[in-house]
Design a protein around this ligand. Structure first.
Ligand code: NAG
Ligand code: NAG
Ligand code: NAG
Ligand code: NAG
Length: 215
């Protein structure tokens, strides 16, 4: 049934939102890859010290940024961001998974909190954004109605060969989105300003894992 729905939605070129069902373990069949602080490259406004936009305490990564901030490099023309860019696990094939627990304080809006980078002609294969208290797939579809002030568990599975992205929240499959091309991918989480942004943007992350189906 799942694969039939998937085929239909891909055939139509549409993203498909899945009705709720029982909890599943999205990591079944995957191996968790070694990660330490050296895999967490923090991108932040280039003219401020890291500890003014990022902290890591009691296992929680806290990232924040202001809409008046500079981009992450002097030559970048992108909006302000403070993001963890996962290093060491860029990929171009296979089935990869990001797992993490995310938290967004009340008031943070108009911001991307997680990305699956790399696509063609777009820059990203997935953006999870917060608008007005809900978690969205880009600006298109609500994945979680009330995202503020609670920890949620996120699992994102990117099957490069099948060109699909599965998004699980709290162990429920919320959406199967089509891939968007691209030759190289990696995961990011934090805050990256989008449209209708609040002045202050923050997200927190813990329990970050990168997993892969064994080749
Ligand atoms: C962190 O991981 C890197 C890459 O896998 C490894 O080279 C390094 O020794 C590790 N550092 C620590 C402190 O475990
Ligand atoms: C969020 O609210 C603002 C202000 O009411 C509105 O302009 C914007 O379109 C909303 N965003 C979404 C994605 O609904
Ligand atoms: C990738 O997909 C192609 C075409 O769908 C298939 O022929 C090939 O065996 C797949 N490769 C892997 C590694 O699954
Ligand atoms: C929100 O962003 C959209 C897209 O950039 C824009 O058209 C709209 O005017 C914005 N709304 C507000 C209230 O700023």
């Amino acid at each position: 049934m799942m694969s039939l729905l998937l085929s239909i939605s891909l055939f139509l070129g549409l993203v498909h939102r899945i009705a709720s069902s029982g909890p599943v373990d999205p990591t079944k069949g995957f191996v968790s890859l070694p990660l330490n602080q050296s895999n967490f490259d923090v991108q932040r406004p280039y003219d401020v010290p890291e500890d003014e936009r990022y902290s890591f305490e009691h296992g929680v990564h806290k990232l924040w940024v202001y809409s008046s901030d500079k981009p992450h490099t002097p030559t970048s023309r992108t909006h302000p961001r403070t993001e963890i860019r996962i290093r060491g696990y860029d990929y171009s094939s296979g089935v990869w998974q990001f797992e993490g627990y995310g938290y967004v304080p009340c008031g943070t809006t108009g911001v991307c909190i997680m990305q699956l980078f790399g696509a063609s002609p777009h820059a990203t294969t997935l953006m999870l954004r917060v608008y007005n208290g809900s978690l969205y797939y880009y600006r298109n579809l609500v994945l979680l109605e009330s995202v503020y002030e609670r920890w949620f568990k996120l699992n994102v599975i990117h099957d490069v060969n099948a060109s699909t992205v599965k998004i699980y929240i709290d162990e429920q499959l919320k959406m199967v989105a089509p891939g968007r091309g691209g030759a190289s991918h990696y995961f990011k989480c934090g805050v990256y300003e989008q449209d209708n942004a609040s002045y202050y943007m923050e997200s927190r992350w813990k329990g970050i894992k990168v997993l892969k189906i064994r080749d």
